[in-house]
Design a protein around this ligand. Structure first.
Ligand code: ATP
Length: 235
């Protein structure tokens, strides 16, 4: 579904992504793990064309997307939930969700999708008339994920959904990521520092160090790898 071939990107003259090649198949949950500053967020932003791809290729469903605009990429079915959520704090929960469906005009299907996200996160249904800025961190993460789902993405990019959340909320968010993947057949690319939880829900994983992919494989193999255990799992 998505292929990155020898991708480079960065900020000004500095390359944050030096050589990234990876593949995501339809229906998979793939995780990208790595330390602070390894280049994980930059990888997601490069896929979305928010950060320009300086070399290499990004192919989505047989289309070269690395020269497309961010909105054209959203229209193809790739949607990102950025690190730090970035919901609209002065809009209500319902208005935030409406914004997620901004590029659609199939009203009945939009209504179905709104009912679906409210069924995933009943707390958002209860708070639909409250301002996004008044929600807790966990609820804002739920809203950011729901807003992305309102675009009905084929590929959902999640940047550190667990960041700053309490353990119980993290558990709930990871369970729902799995549920979204299964129920709505949404392919998921999950960037996480919480490698343990991410590898437990993923099919496969990539490890990133210093702008490069250094290891990849089935999630179960990565969980059993002693180098990964020492570096990322605290074992
Ligand atoms: P984190 O988990 O801390 O978000 P990360 O693996 O997602 O880390 P990136 O945020 O992609 O890493 O950062 C990769 C490199 O690019 C780092 O050296 C970082 O300092 C640098 N960087 C990130 N954003 C910018 C920016 N807007 N301008 C300049 N340099 C940046």
């Amino acid at each position: 579904m998505l292929k990155l071939k020898n991708v480079q990107s960065g900020y000004g003259n500095k390359l944050a992504i030096k050589d990234v090649s990876l593949e995501i198949n339809e229906g998979e949950i793939i995780t990208l793990i790595g330390a602070n500053g390894a280049g994980k967020s930059t990888t997601l932003m490069t896929i979305c064309s928010v950060v320009a791809c300086k070399a290499g290729e990004i192919i989505f469903e047989d289309k070269e997307i690395h020269k497309m605009s961010p909105d054209a990429i959203v229209k193809l079915g790739i949607c990102q939930v950025p690190e730090g959520r970035h919901i609209f704090p002065q809009l209500t929960v319902k208005e935030n969700l409406d914004m997620g469906a901004f590029l659609r005009n199939d009203k009945e299907e939009i209504k179905k999708d709104m009912d679906y996200v409210y069924s995933l996160f009943p707390i958002l249904a209860e708070r639909r008339h409250q301002d996004g800025g008044n929600l807790s961190g966990g609820e804002q993460q739920m809203l950011a994920m729901s807003r992305a789902l309102m675009a009905r993405p084929k590929l959902l990019l999640l940047d550190e959904p667990s960041m700053g959340l309490a353990p119980l909320v993290i558990k709930q968010i990871f369970e729902i990521i799995k549920q979204i993947n299964k129920e709505s057949n949404t392919t998921i690319f999950l960037v996480e520092q919480n490698a343990n939880q991410a590898l437990h829900i993923a099919d496969r994983g990539y490890v990133m160090e210093n702008g490069r992919i250094t290891l990849s494989g089935p999630a179960q193999e990565l969980l059993a790898n002693t180098d990964i255990q020492k570096a990322y799992l605290g074992i």
